[in-house]
Design a protein around this ligand. Structure first.
Ligand code: CAP
Ligand code: MG
Length: 399
């Protein structure tokens, strides 16, 4: 039975040889500890891992570690991570270590993955192959339910495909889900009567793991056509509960807030790629993977690697729709699509609500920027006869 292969980039402590450091990772995450022990039965040996390869890379080393598949409880993602992303990060013999990837054999891929995926979302919106445009309700917190719904209406009238709550909006007193959700859906229906277009609203149902399914089902009862989860603050188990529950018949938008605590440092932590693999397995229909031009720190290689594991053929799962979000505006659209491809959701909060003529104009400007790219025309050229785009480029320029 094929085993699990995890790759780590690390720098050993000055008194530790690289092969000792790699072996320390392997032992810590399989059957070893810091010293020999009297309780080790001979038959346990079958669960010893192995250092498959170790090569110098830049200032450090890249090790591929093989973990016997039998160590993993099929379907228990929490336990998978306790092995491939567990104690090793704290080992004193390593000055730094980053999990670069973790590949699981089909025998451990007991997951259905996304219920909708890219094709399912495109079918809901009625788009064939163009990038989708999304926005985030801004300010991220503070608006009352009526004003939240009014912002959603304006964005929908401007041609947006997806509106989401921001990652810190949940069920606060100033904008409870029970009021916000029905009002937003009602306004989106009004917009659809005028435009004929379906718009998805990702209501943030992030909450404690033992209540998140109840909150999701309640949101669906209130008319939700999509739900949103902050996966790192709610936990992988919460996402798995939603992704594998057949009663959850709407797509799941997954936000990755907190990720930069462990993905950002190229020397230590966890790259987004192995996390994206797992989040797809757990049922994410959409997942943030970062931007090429936006406000957050970005590494195009990491981003393309994450998009690759979200969309590649894998254990019969549907592909997850990657989301580029963070500091985007119409002047960044061409570079984003040119780098990340057209199976992408381009999401802009400030880049739409900050448009000089308001939200609907901002949404139109984003759609015009996408249309320009898809038509092989530069944004500047297209702006000559598309007023909203012209106004956006005048304010923010192009990147
Ligand atoms: C973007 C955003 C997104 C981040 C997430 C924000 O707003 O809503 O949460 O982009 O980025 O709160 O910043 P703007 P990442 O469009 O106004 O920047 O997934 O890379 O962490
Ligand atoms: Mg946000």
């Amino acid at each position: 039975m094929p085993d699990v292969i995890a790759s780590y980039y690390f720098r050993p402590r000055s008194d530790t040889k690289p092969e000792q450091a790699a072996q320390a990772i392997c032992e810590e995450e399989t059957t070893g500890t810091w010293t020999d022990i009297s309780t080790r039965a001979d038959y346990v040996k079958r669960l010893d891992g192995g250092v498959e390869s170790l090569v110098k890379q830049g200032e450090g080393y890249l090790a591929r570690i093989r973990y016997p598949a039998e160590i993993f409880e099929p379907g228990n993602v929490a336990q998978y991570l306790s092995v491939v992303a567990g104690n090793l990060f704290g080992l004193g013999r390593l000055d730094s270590v980053r999990l670069m990837d973790a590949e699981f054999p089909d025998s451990l891929m007991r997951f259905k993955g996304p219920k909708f995926g890219i094709t399912g979302i495109r079918r809901m919106i009625g788009s064939k192959d163009r990038p989708h445009v999304g926005t985030i309700i801004k300010p991220k917190v503070g608006l009352n339910p009526e004003d939240t719904a009014a912002v959603a209406f304006q964005a929908a009238m401007g041609g947006i495909d997806l509106i989401k709550d921001d990652e810190t909006l949940a069920d606060q007193k100033f904008c409870p889900i029970d009021l916000r959700l029905p009002l937003v859906m009602q306004r989106l229906e009004e917009a659809k009567d005028e435009t004929g277009r379906e718009v998805l609203y990702a209501v943030n149902i992030s909450t404690r793991a033992d209540r998140i399914t109840e909150r999701a089902l309640h949101a669906i009862d209130l008319g939700a056509n999509m739900i949103m989860v902050d996966v790192f603050t709610t936990g992988f188990g919460a996402l798995q509960a939603l992704g594998e529950d057949p009663r959850i018949k709407v797509p799941i938008h997954v936000h990755r807030t907190m990720h930069a605590a462990f993905t950002r440092n190229p020397e230590h932590g966890i790259a987004m790629r192995p996390l994206a693999r797992i989040i797809r397995m757990l049922g994410a229909d959409q997942l943030h993977t970062g931007t090429v031009t936006g406000k957050m720190s970005h590494d195009a290689t990491d981003m393309k690697a994450s998009i690759g594991v979200l969309t590649c053929a894998c254990a019969g799962m549907k592909p997850t729709f990657p989301v580029s979000s963070g500091g985007l505006h119409p002047g960044t659209v061409a570079t984003e699509i040119a780098t990340l491809g057209t199976d992408i959701i381009l999401q802009a909060g400030g880049g739409i609500h900050g448009h000089p003529d308001g939200t609907a104009a901002g949404a139109r400007a984003m759609r015009q920027a996408v249309d320009a790219y898809m038509g092989g025309i530069s944004a500047e050229e297209y702006a000559k006869d598309h007023y909203e785009l012209e106004r956006a480029l005048k304010k923010w320029g192009t990147i």
